[in-house]
Design a protein around this ligand. Structure first.
Ligand code: IVH
Length: 697
């Protein structure tokens, strides 16, 4: 067991730490310089994390940051006994939980009274004045109402020690392991005089741009996309394995207090300022406002309503709070909401329409996705007709049926989503919808892979799969055949002009001309566009093939590693898992693809039809490293990719993991576990200088 928990830090004055490690029954002071440096690194990395994740203003290049991180890791690996819970390396715990623990809130987490208009804000102001028995103008603190999930951070003596969901308001769930992975949340408050206790409440959410990117990745990996940013954030926090949260771009914004001890707070605005000074993220100062009377809150409501679309996250209104805490105390609570705050919601940017039918679309990987086809309706200036229903679980949960009247909006301001089914308007004879068990295009019986929610068409020759695969093949980041769009591909396939990728390169202008709506000029453009894609780079080509889990980045890694298509096609599982950046899931999927005869034959046909795949040129300088495998670790004076290229140019190989087969481990500054592994296995370790002399031999 690691003894990290037994390590004590005592904060003497700003920046001055001393570290005590238990030594038998006594406490022993160890290597003050090292522990001082260790503490400095922790603080420094947190500052950079805040600059990067909170302020969007990194102050050092990534490489410098990586160096600090590597130095910290190096210390931890050499001295595991000093690992601090506050270290950035400890943000992702090793283990997934069985379930979340229930924990009582010290102070209940309440909800807000909702209202929906300017008049409601003025009515709220009247109620406040009435309870206070005063005619005087009230100062209000106004902020956006964030659409995520409420979380409470617990700091004891300045250290983050826990995080709870709101739960039922009285008892929440302990989601600390996931919350810790959010790098913008400081593990330690930036102060030399932290209070004994402070609970910071706020919202965890996913920004619109991060949500859209995540959904793209989900789709690329054949996973079910999230309906909206709030679901994505809530779903992530509910995962028991913190590694999942660590890989997703969650944010936290603090906006109110729970229990506290050893500190005084005067007002809402000074609390927000305190949060910021402590390094706790809050929403940008430009979108909060301290107003001297209710009219100001009304102006704020209208201003934010206009700004709403341009904000980086989804909001559903504003929150107006009496600024002065003394007045808040006087006002108190009514049932489960404070009398001193009011949420003025916006009319959501959504519209009512009717589902005409539910169709099932077949994706490139054969995934069957139900899609609602609706009467066109304008939401946020854009006409919506289709909304994905994801899968049967989602359809059941919302109870969506054909002919239903529904409310739609655009998740992340982009993706059409059914928010609500208007069940009152439903016809009596309406029946629940079930996704047919056959592929709607080829009629094959759909299959379900264990552990997945999606149904798939198993037929490799299914026309729908062919169309979607072709659409991916010609897409911008793949073969980039600009003039061949979705409609043309449908038409090519429907007219039996094309049955595979290779057929694209056989197509003649006369055949294109036969298709309806193709004139001489546009047919010519199509042929030219296809021709211009005949010399793809290896990485584009690999990506275009549409192998499951092989996205653009993986394709680049593979192209770089293999250099030539032939080498890639002849690889094996052993070699693939050795490649830095290729995991076992991806490796297996590649093997599944390349071991199919039809796959290999198709590639031969593409080449035969005049596609010349450009190998990644590898300069060969000598055969000095032939048969040798290098593992590079730590920070070197030269970019790692450059070093790889040098090794490869002397016919050496590089690998991401150390094994008995490794010839050398090239260890730079702050090398970590790979160095330990080398020592353990007796693999020779080279310094940068030794590597240079080996090259010069
Ligand atoms: S203050 C006593 N401020 O709204 C309530 N809440 O209905 C103190 N929310 O669960 C909460 N943005 O998830 C506050 N700027 C904001 C907020 C906000 C969103 C949510 C929060 C809470 C719900 C209350």
């Amino acid at each position: 067991m690691r003894i990290a928990l037994l390590v004590y830090f005592s904060f003497i004055s700003k920046g001055d730490w001393s570290l005590m490690v238990p030594d038998g029954k006594h406490m022993k002071k160890v290597q003050p310089n090292l522990t001082k440096r260790y503490a400095e690194l922790i603080e420094e990395i947190q500052v950079h994390d805040t600059n990067y994740h909170v302020l969007d203003r990194p102050t050092i290049p990534d490489r410098e940051y990586d160096k600090l991180y590597a130095e910290l890791k190096n210390i931890e690996e050499a001295h595991p006994e000093i690992i601090s819970e506050l270290s950035p390396t400890q943000r992702v715990g090793a283990q997934a939980l069985d379930k979340f623990k229930k924990v009582a809130h010290r102070k209940p987490m309440l909800s807000l009274q909702n209202s929906y208009s300017e008049e409601d804000i003025l009515a709220f102001d009247k109620r406040v004045k009435k309870v206070l028995a005063s005619e005087k103008d009230i100062e209000y603190f106004c902020e956006p109402k964030l659409d995520g999930l409420a979380i409470e951070l617990i700091y004891e003596n300045g250290t983050l020690v826990g995080a709870l969901t709101r739960g039922d308001g009285t008892t929440g769930e302990d989601v600390f392991s996931n919350i810790k992975t959010i790098k913008s949340i400081p593990m330690k408050l930036k102060t030399s005089t932290p209070p004994k206790l402070v609970e910071i409440r706020g919202e965890v959410l996913m920004q619109k741009k991060d949500f859209l990117k995540l959904n793209e990745e989900q789709q690329e990996e054949g996973e079910v996309p999230f309906a909206n940013p709030r679901n994505a954030a809530a779903g992530t926090i509910r995962q028991l394995d913190p590694k999942i949260a660590a890989a997703r771009p969650l944010r936290f914004y603090g906006y109110s207090l729970g229990a506290f001890e050893g500190i005084q707070f005067k007002s809402q605005d000074s609390t927000q300022k305190q949060f910021r000074d402590w390094g706790v993220p809050t929403v940008a100062e430009e979108i909060i406002s301290l107003v001297d009377k209710a009219d100001g809150a009304v102006d704020y409501y209208n201003k934010i309503k206009k700004l709403r679309k341009a904000l980086p996250f989804e909001i559903d209104g504003i929150v107006v709070k009496v600024n002065d805490y003394k007045l808040q105390d006087e006002l108190g609570f009514i049932s489960r909401s404070p009398r001193w705050a009011n949420a003025a919601k916006f009319e959501p940017d959504q519209a009512e329409t009717q589902i005409e039918k539910i169709v099932v679309q077949v994706g490139r990987t054969g995934a069957l996705t139900p899609v609602a086809i609706m009467k066109p309706v304008v939401v946020g200036g854009v006409t919506i007709t289709n909304a994905t229903l994801h899968n049967q679980d989602e359809i059941d949960r919302k109870d969506v049926r054909e002919q239903d009247f529904v409310i739609v909006h655009r998740a992340g301001d982009v993706i059409p989503e059914i928010v609500e089914v208007l069940k009152d308007k439903r016809e009596k004879k309406s029946k629940a919808y079930y996704i047919p068990k056959e592929c709607p295009v080829c009629g094959s019986e759909a299959t379900k892979v264990e552990g997945e929610v999606v149904l798939r068409c198993p037929n490799p020759l299914c026309d729908a799969k062919l169309k979607e695969s072709l659409k991916h093949f010609v897409s911008k980041r793949a073969m980039n055949i600009e003039k061949v769009g979705d409609k043309l591909i449908d038409s090519f396939v429907d007219n039996k002009l094309i049955g595979s990728y290779s057929d694209l390169y056989k197509i003649k202008i006369d055949q294109v001309l036969v298709l309806e709506r193709q004139g001489e000029k546009s047919a010519q453009n199509i042929i030219e566009s296809i021709d211009s894609s005949r010399k793809p780079s290896l990485s584009r080509f690999i990506y275009a093939l549409g192998i499951r889990f092989v996205g653009e980045q993986t394709a680049k890694i593979l192209a770089h590693h293999f250099g030539l298509l032939d080498k890639f096609l002849k690889t094996n599982l052993e070699e693939l898992v050795e490649i830095d950046g290729v995991g076992p899931k991806v490796a297996q999927s590649i093997i599944d693809a390349i071991s199919q005869d039809s796959f290999k034959k198709e590639i031969q046909k593409i080449i035969k039809n005049g596609v010349d795949i450009q190998g990644e040129e590898k300069k060969i300088s000598s055969e000095r490293f032939k048969g040798l495998t290098f593992v590079i670790t730590g920070t070197l004076p030269m970019d790692r990719d450059e070093v790889k290229k040098i090794i490869e140019s002397h016919l050496g190989k590089t690998s991401g993991s150390v094994s008995k087969k490794t010839s050398y481990v090239l260890a730079g500054e702050a090398a970590g576990t790979k160095l330990d592994k080398a020592q353990e296995l007796g693999v020779k370790v080279l310094s940068w200088e030794e590597f240079q002399s080996l090259l010069a031999e």
